[in-house]
Ligand binder design. Structure first.
Ligand code: ATP
Length: 235
């Protein structure tokens, strides 16, 4: 099947001279959950920032649903939603306004029925008139996802969606992400946590010092490494 994201010979050297990515090739399949696993500084955020068009590559190319992210930015970007690590929005804004405004940034006309659907799907409907600063950490993470979905993307990137959250909230986020995949959205997430990749992913990519050192079906990887290595039981 035609890959939904196609990354070819992608390299990034920052102005500082730091080589963050080295000749990455990667294809993401439509409808899968792909986990990009790697330690601090491995290049995960750099890779997804380039795929989403926030940062230009030094070499190589990215296509999102057939559109080149640099040359055909608007068409490619329309296909992609990005959930960053932190909520960047006005603390005094309401949930409804935040998500509706985000849709407008993509030049899409208002669609209150769609906004209502995503807020209901994410259990945010009862909080639609709440100001962001009054929400719990878990609810703020849900708002981040709702914002990223506001323009109806087919592909969702989540940058370390459960970094620094407690076990209960982590499980909650996993369920939210699975439900999104079941609704037809392709998911790419970055994580430090082996157990998160094991729990969530169909395929796992391991990135280390800017190199994609392994891409494999999770089940095949688990068979090869042995269940013990990948399973870390949560309480
Ligand atoms: P983390 O898990 O800590 O978020 P990461 O795997 O996402 O790490 P990146 O944030 O992509 O890693 O960083 C990869 C390397 O590139 C790091 O050594 C980082 O210091 C460096 N780097 C990132 N952004 C820049 C920048 N704007 N200028 C120079 N170097 C950078």
């Amino acid at each position: 099947m035609h890959p939904v994201i196609s990354v070819s010979r992608l390299s990034k050297t920052y102005a500082s001279g730091h080589v963050a990515l080295k000749a990455i090739d990667l294809e993401i399949r439509r409808g899968e959950i792909f986990a990009l696993l790697g330690p601090n500084g491995a290049g995960k955020t750099t890779l997804i920032s380039i795929i989403c068009g926030l940062v230009n590559p030094t070499e190589g190319s990215v296509r999102a649903d057939g559109h080149d992210i640099v040359r055909d930015y608007r068409a490619a970007r329309a296909k992609i939603g990005l959930v960053p690590q932190e909520l960047t929005a006005d603390a005094f804004e309401t949930v409804w306004a935040t998500v509706s405004f985000s849709r407008g940034l993509f030049g899409r006309g208002p669609n209150p029925a769609y906004i209502e659907k995503i807020l209901r799907d994410l259990s945010l409907w009862d909080k639609r008139d709440s100001k962001l600063m009054t929400l719990s950490g878990g609810m703020k993470r849900r708002v981040l996802i709702a914002k990223a979905l506001s323009h109806e993307p087919q592909i969702l990137f989540l940058d370390e969606p459960t970094a620094g959250v407690d076990v209960e909230l982590r499980r909650d986020m996993w369920n939210v992400v699975r439900a999104l995949r079941d609704s037809g959205v392709t998911i790419i997430l970055t994580t430090h946590y082996l157990e998160e990749a094991e729990e969530m992913a169909d395929r796992i990519g391991v990135i280390s010092r800017g190199e994609l050192i392994l891409v494999e079906e999770k089940t095949a990887l688990m068979r090869r490494l042995g269940k013990k290595v990948l399973t870390v039981q949560l309480p």
